[in-house]
Write a protein that binds this ligand. Structure first.
Ligand SMILES: [Zn+2]
Length: 273
């Protein structure tokens, strides 16, 4: 009945910037039996698969100014190149959130070794250094965009976000300025989610169906609000999956910039168990 496996503990959830707690080996967890909320139906358990969902932030070489704790979120270019090659050589096929959600909700089939690659914040390094490696192998990914910083130094331009969508990548919402969704007022929801989603839909030229919680933090009120808005799923980082709302608490493997090849492989394998 279990789609995914949890590896680390809830202590990891406390704060995104607490680098000493990381790297966390984190996996998505979803219990099939909780899927059919409202309908009372269950997809066929035999069709459910464990899918690693990877989360990257910056892809660039470290500089002397990068704090040790921040390097967790900065994957050196050569490391990223090696990780993408490893995925390719190991027979992985990238999928997009549409396919993962269809699989989780309805048991839709997936390729032999599926992996979902995601990027948070829309840093320009993702476009400059990660995108060519994705394209080298024909990979597709989901980019969760924080809209306030678009066009600023170190972040993607609006044109680059549009280009990603045209290349077949998924564009998701990551709020306006990365504030914690558990503290939003109604005004905040309009500013942080409604407006940014509309802007991203214009840039992408299609509906924006998926959301990534800033710092991975969420609560049931936020889940309810995202459901009301019609988001199909939401992604966190290392928190425990909520069995009442599995599609809105999908866990991801936060790929640490420090990881060796062996640690990356181990994290993938843990996510598939
Ligand atoms: Zn973020």
């Amino acid at each position: 009945m279990w789609c995914f496996v949890v590896v680390n503990d809830d202590a990891m959830r406390t704060e995104w910037r607490i680098g000493r707690l990381l790297p966390a080996i984190v996996c998505v967890l979803a219990q099939v039996g909780a899927w059919g909320q409202g309908s009372g139906t269950r997809p066929a358990a035999t069709q459910q698969r464990e899918v690693p969902v990877l989360c990257y932030h910056q892809v660039r070489d470290w500089t002397a100014e990068d704090a040790k704790s921040d390097r967790v979120y900065i994957t050196p270019i050569a490391t990223f190149i090696a990780q993408m090659q490893l995925l390719h050589d190991s027979g992985y096929t990238t999928i997009l959130p549409d396919a993962l959600v269809a699989h989780l909700a309805h048991g839709a089939p997936l390729p032999a070794r599926p992996v979902l690659i995601t990027f948070d914040d829309a840093t320009r390094s993702q476009y400059l250094y990660a995108l060519p490696e994705l394209e080298r192998w024909g990979f597709r990914a989901a980019f969760f965009v924080m809209t306030v910083s678009m066009g600023h130094e170190r972040f993607m331009t609006r044109e680059q976000v549009t280009a990603l969508a045209r290349k077949g990548h998924a564009i998701g919402c990551h709020t306006w300025d990365h504030h914690n969704v558990t503290r939003y007022t109604a005004t905040d929801w309009a500013r942080q989610v409604e407006g940014p989603r509309r802007e991203l839909e214009k840039l992408a030229g299609r509906p924006v169906q998926y959301f990534a919680y800033p710092n991975g933090l969420w609560d049931t009120a936020a889940v309810d609000r995202l459901r009301q808005y019609g988001f199909g799923a939401a992604f966190q980082l290392w928190g425990r999956m909520d069995q009442r709302a599995p599609l809105y608490t999908i866990r991801r493997v936060l790929v640490s910039g420090y990881w060796s090849r062996e640690e990356f492989v181990e994290a993938l394998h843990r996510a598939e168990r």
